[in-house]
Design a protein around this ligand. Structure first.
Ligand code: ADP
Ligand code: ZN
Length: 431
């Protein structure tokens, strides 16, 4: 059941002690980089004796990484670096991250640990449908899966027919896939005459890299006949696998022997009380090439209070609500795309995709939600469609406290993206 029982179930007190020891060491080392060297110099030198000292350290932000391009955060010699990764640049210029051999070995290890935790074993066949290359989704899991000993098919994203061909021919049992792609791939079942329950052998999926609601998880589980586990990561802090759901499927254990997580109020920067929502901040405890201290991820989540029945002591974070910069403000009301997803996807007539659009009408913000409905619903009478529209409007109004205009469209007609889903089009007049 455990990949490394002792580490995964280490008593919380011991885990904290271990973390502080790592922090003392890493803080000594980061001063060698140009970026932290300057910060520590301005602080008049710095060493860590206790948690209070640590918590007085400034945060590191994405912009700091960009401003330090390319080597400002590098601590080791470039000759010790074996890999470069880069963020996909969803929100601005890319950032580059360097890894030594040990950094890659660490990342590989906790990816293996994460996968093993969900029940995959060496006799599984693993199809990795995440992008390989600069994006960390592909390679991180690839190495982890090989470490577990699975037959690993590096199929990458796209080419749906070939994906399903591999799945069928090699009886793939475990997949790693973007949630929005999982919802698209299934539209090929019918034309290819595939019954996922009898022709395929899928039992586990890892879903990650973009926000998705519990309703979407359930939908994917049902369509493919498997159990889906949430996987979180970001390229600045290794990549996927840093936080992962166990068999309880209730929050993601964040690997605290590699990372120190904190949750702060994104406005004040203060730590929030345990269990409250805020922005996740991460410190790498062991990274050699490019350690990062108190990195503001911009991702909103909370610690799930209390121990997990699985016995692991590493804290759990809740499903990511979105990034601080994903928040839309509609006539003064705050809204996250995932709230819209939760509301529309619960309606049985809804298909696989939706799109949020905001426009300015009569100097006011107006929210439009385009929703794909399934074939049966779409071929219904006008009054039946009106009923669905009304139902969706009510669901949305109670979830997001904004009255939207719902536009029903045929399944498969909304634009799809090759990578992470683009859920929002903001067409508001500026100024
Ligand atoms: P980019 O910032 O260019 O998208 P990454 O490819 O490193 O860079 O993506 C990391 C981001 O993806 C995270 O900061 C988070 O916002 C999002 N993400 C990753 N995994 C999940 C997940 N399981 N649920 C929600 N969001 C996720
Ligand atoms: Zn658990």
């Amino acid at each position: 059941m455990y990949w490394e029982k002792e580490q995964e179930t280490l008593e919380v007190d011991l885990l904290r002690k271990q973390q502080l020891e790592y922090i003392k060491k890493i803080v000594k080392r980061v001063g060698k980089s140009e970026y932290y060297g300057k910060i520590f110099k301005n602080l008049g030198g710095f060493s860590i004796n206790n948690w209070e000292d640590f918590k007085s350290l400034p945060f590191t932000e994405k912009q700091d990484l960009r401003d330090s391009f390319p080597y400002g955060l590098l601590v080791t010699d470039l000759t010790d670096v074996i890999r470069l990764h880069s963020s996909s640049g969803t929100t601005g210029n890319p950032t580059v991250i360097f890894h030594t051999k040990n950094d890659i070995a660490d990342w590989t290890n906790f990816c293996a640990r994460s996968m093993y935790m969900t029940g995959v074993r060496k006799n599984d066949v693993f199809q990795n449908m995440m992008g390989y290359g600069l994006f960390t989704g592909g390679l991180g899991f690839h190495y982890g899966a090989e470490k577990v000993g699975m037959l690993t098919i590096p199929s990458g994203p796209g080419n749906s027919k070939r994906q399903l061909w591999f799945m069928k021919k090699f009886q793939t049992s475990v997949i790693h896939i973007l949630p929005n792609y999982a919802l698209r791939l299934c539209s090929f079942f019918e034309p290819l005459n595939i019954d996922p329950y009898t022709d395929l052998n899928l039992r586990i999926a890892f879903l990650g890299a973009e926000p998705h609601s519990e309703v979407i998880r359930k939908k994917i589980e049902e369509i493919y006949g498997l159990r889906a586990f949430n996987s979180y990561g970001l390229s600045e802090i290794y990549g996927p696998g840093i936080a992962f759901e166990c068999e309880e499927q209730n929050g993601m254990h964040i690997w605290e022997d590699y990372l120190y997580p904190e949750i702060i109020d994104p406005v004040t920067g203060e730590l929030v009380p345990e269990g409250e929502e805020g922005e996740l901040v991460l410190t790498t405890l062991r990274r050699e090439a490019m350690p990062i201290i108190r990195y503001r991820t911009r991702d909103l989540t909370r610690f799930i209070p209390g121990p997990c029945p699985c016995g692991r002591t590493h804290r759990r974070i809740d499903r990511i609500k979105g990034r601080t910069d994903d928040m839309l403000i509609i006539n003064g009301v705050n809204l996250f795309p995932i709230q819209v997803e939760r509301a529309v996807m619960e309606c049985p007539a809804v298909g696989e995709n939706y799109l949020i659009e905001v426009k300015t009408i009569n100097h006011m913000d107006k929210l439009f939600v385009h929703v794909e409905v399934n074939r049966e619903a779409f071929s219904g009478t006008l009054s039946e469609l009106k009923k669905i529209e009304k139902d969706l409007t009510n669901r949305l109004r109670s979830e997001v406290e904004v009255t939207p205009e719902v536009i029903l469209v045929e399944g498969g007609s909304l634009p799809v993206s090759e990578g992470k889903a683009k859920r929002v089009i903001d067409n508001r007049e500026k100024g």
